[in-house]
Design a binder for this molecule. Sequence first.
Ligand code: PLP
Length: 361
Amino acid sequence: MTHVFNFSAGPAVLPKEVLQQAASEMLDWHGSGMSVMEMSHRGPEFSSIHRQALDDLRELLDVPANYKILFQQGGGLGQNAIVPLNLAGRRQDPVIDFVHTGSWSGKSIKEAARYARVNVAASSEAEGFARVPARGAWKLSPDAAYLHICTNETIDGVEYPDAPATDPNVPIVADMSSHILSRKIDISKFGVIFAGAQKNIGPAGLTLVIVRDDLLDYASPQCPSAFNWKTCAEHDSLYNTPPTYSIYIAGLVFAWLKANGGVAAMEARNVEKARLLYEALDRDDFYANRVAPEFRSRMNVPFYLRDEALNQSFLAGAQARGLLQLKGHKSVGGMRASIYNAMPIEGVQALVDYLNEFAGR
Ligand SMILES: *Cc1c(COP(=O)(O)O)cnc(C)c1O
């Protein structure tokens, strides 16, 4: 097999060791005679897989005891509706606050507006989403049902350096789809965290929700039962059939993370990978990343060639070297390198070598 480095934004690269283990267990999981795909989600074999994945994730993220970890379906976009259906009911005539930092928070605003009033407390749209708006300029509602932020904008390459300080009576809901497990986070600063799995956790089809216990009681009567966080929590994410195979692979990824030093070790590696790549992009003005340095994402690095007429030959040359899926999102053009946990530093180095060589030519 040819050796490649896959820079896809998602579904994205998985650790090779995880795929090898999954392959070796494909037909017969631990002597059960069954593939994980063929197991009852309520049987003892899958129960042990499910339990281990939950325990490992709780340990990796240091999730406090008063938070539930839910495995749902519907993806990050699904949560854009599921969150207001579960949480807008905290207030009568609710308003939901948003900070608009890019494409994904933009989609969240549109979807939430179908369920409640929305207040865009701050936006960096006028500056081309080059930063997170300064905290002091956010026009937060005094009594919002919650505040929604996207802590890593996958398309625009903007990442919050830390959790914003806000009114403790207004829970923060954070879409962490594309950087969960890439850096240490203080879960207690958030009311709800959600993440589609296909960026930094595992295969598509699984959605992770971490929700504080006191926020489980506000679902609207219209909220589908299968997406009601409380129902889901009471049934240990087995109210309906969960995406069992995706949970299994996610569990292998969690075990891989633990074996490789956990989130702290990943963060150190991710800092180094991002430094290497941004340094190469900044070195000469052949390339440009348009995000203010303190808000540059460690996971998703969009960049442009000054001469956009060279885009096709850049991509073809990258492909020929086994550097795959570098084309930027269609809404913003240019290039994008996603360098999630499973991207080894060698992959980033190979990209840097290519960037230097292509600019030199
Ligand atoms: C990918 C992504 C989503 C959308 O996830 P789906 O699983 O396609 O619904 C939402 N938010 C962010 C930040 C993402 O990166």
